[in-house]
Design a protein around this ligand. Structure first.
Ligand SMILES: NC(=O)c1ccc[n+]([C@@H]2O[C@H](COP(=O)([O-])OP(=O)(O)OC[C@H]3O[C@@H](n4cnc5c(N)ncnc54)[C@H](OP(=O)(O)O)[C@@H]3O)[C@@H](O)[C@H]2O)c1
Length: 329
C-alpha cells in the first residue's frame, strides 16, 4: 500500500509544501480578533491562496476588533504576495532559457523570454480574512454566527477553530456560580454547539485523503494543576479536552479530525496581568525558559489542518515549552 501511494504521486506528497498545504481551505476561528485566535487565523490566511479561494473568517463579540484584525491580515497577505512576486521575478531572470523551452508545449513556445515573463507576472495572492462578529455565550449566539456564515455563501467549511474563551480567577471561598455559568457556556457549550451547527458544512468539505479539521483550544490548566484560583476555568478546559476525544471517535467516520491544543503561557489580553505581575516566575516554570510565540501556535495549527495531520484525531497536544513535564522532586 505504502509503495503504491508513493508510486502514484512520485513522492511529491511528502514535500512540505504539499504535506502542510492549507491553500483553498475555508476556516472559521472563534475569538480570532486577538491573542491565540489571531495567531491561528493569521497562520491560516498567510498560507492560503486567493486563486484557490482560501478564506479565514474571524469571530468575536466586538465587530470593530474583528474588522480591524481582518484588515491587518489582508494587508499582511498583500505584502507577502508582493514579496512572492518579486522573488519569482528574480528567479525568472536567473532561469536558463532551456528550462522553459523544455517544459512549455510546442504550440506556446514562442520566444523563451516572453513565456517566462508572462508566467512570472501571473498574479499571486495569499488568503483573505473576513470579520464575522458574534457573541458565543449562548446557543442563540452560536446560531447567529452560523446564520451569518451561511450568508457568506460558503458551501463548505474545512477548518473550525473553537478558540473563544474566558477565564475567572477568584478564591475558593467566593468562587461564584456566575463564573461556572460563564465559563462552561463559552469554553465548552459553545464549542459543542458550533460543531453541531457546522457539521453538514464540515462533512461537505471532508474527504478520506484530506479530512476536515476541528481544533478546540483547551489549556494545560485542564491537564496539570495550577496554583492560581481558576477552579471553573480548569474544569472547563478539562471538559473540552474530553469532549474532543468523545467527538473524535464519533466524527472519524465522516473524515473529520478533531483535536485539542493545550497552550501553556502565551502573551494575550487574558494573560496580560499575570505576565506583568509574575512574568519571571512563569518563565522559570517553563523548561524552555520562554513564553509561547505566534510561530509556535502557527506550527501546530498547520499540522492539524493539513494532510500532515490527516491521521491525528482525538489528541490533546500541549504547546507549552515543556511546562507539563517539568521535573520536580
Ligand atoms: N493565553 C494563554 O496563555 C492561554 C493559555 C491556555 C489556554 N488559552 C486559551 O486560548 C484561548 C484564547 O485565549 P487568549 O489568551 O487569546 O485570550 P484573549 O486575548 O482574551 O482572547 C479571547 C478571544 O475570545 C473572544 N471572546 C471572548 N468572549 C467571547 C464571547 N462571549 N463570544 C465570542 N467571542 C468571545 C475575544 O473577543 P471579544 O472580547 O471581542 O469577544 C477574543 O477574541 C482561550 O480559549 C483560552 O482559554 C490561552
Amino acid at each position: 500500500m505504502m509503495g503504491d501511494e508513493r508510486e502514484r504521486d512520485g513522492g511529491r506528497g511528502l514535500r512540505t509544501q504539499d504535506l502542510f498545504d492549507v491553500r483553498g481551505k475555508v476556516a472559521l476561528v472563534t475569538g480570532g480578533s486577538r491573542g491565540i485566535g489571531a495567531m491561528i487565523a493569521e497562520a491560516l490566511a498567510v498560507n492560503g491562496a486567493k486563486a484557490r479561494h482560501s478564506s479565514v473568517y474571524v469571530s468575536s463579540r466586538k465587530a470593530d476588533a474583528c474588522t480591524k484584525f481582518a484588515k491587518y491580515v489582508n494587508e499582511r497577505c498583500r505584502l507577502l504576495a508582493e514579496q512572492d512576486q518579486q522573488e519569482r521575478d528574480a528567479a525568472c531572470q536567473c532561469t536558463p532559457a532551456t528550462t522553459t523551452a523544455r517544459t512549455t508545449p510546442a504550440s506556446t513556445r514562442t520566444a523563451t523570454t516572453t513565456t517566462t515573463t508572462v508566467t512570472a507576472r501571473r498574479a499571486t495572492a495569499r488568503g483573505s480574512c473576513h470579520p464575522l462578529p458574534a457573541d458565543l455565550s449562548s446557543f442563540d449566539g452560536c446560531g447567529a454566527l452560523f446564520a451569518a456564515f451561511q450568508r457568506t455563501g460558503e458551501p463548505r467549511l474545512h477548518i473550525l477553530v473553537n478558540n473563544a474563551g474566558a477565564t475567572w480567577g477568584e478564591a475558593l471561598e467566593t468562587h461564584p456560580e456566575s463564573a461556572w455559568d460563564k465559563l462552561l457556556n463559552l469554553n465548552v457549550k459553545a464549542a459543542f454547539r458550533l460543531v453541531q451547527l457546522f457539521l453538514p458544512l464540515l462533512k461537505a468539505a471532508a474527504t478520506e485523503a484530506a479530512p476536515a479539521s476541528i481544533i478546540n483550544v483547551g489549556s494545560i490548566t485542564g491537564i496539570g494543576v495550577s496554583l492560581t484560583d481558576t477552579y471553573s476555568y480548569a474544569a472547563s478546559k478539562a471538559a473540552i479536552h474530553h469532549m474532543t476525544r468523545v467527538l473524535a471517535s464519533k466524527l472519524a467516520e465522516d473524515h473529520i479530525c478533531i483535536n485539542a491544543i493545550a497552550p501553556g503561557p502565551f502573551p494575550s489580553k487574558m494573560t496580560k496581568a499575570l505576565l506583568e505581575q509574575l512574568g519571571d516566575e512563569v518563565v522559570s516554570a517553563v523548561p524552555m525558559h520562554r513564553v509561547g510565540r505566534p510561530a509556535d501556535m502557527a506550527g501546530v495549527t498547520l499540522l492539524l489542518c493539513s494532510r500532515a495531520g490527516a491521521y491525528i484525531t482525538g489528541a490533546v497536544i500541549p504547546v507549552d515549552g515543556g511546562m507539563l513535564v517539568k521535573a520536580s522532586l
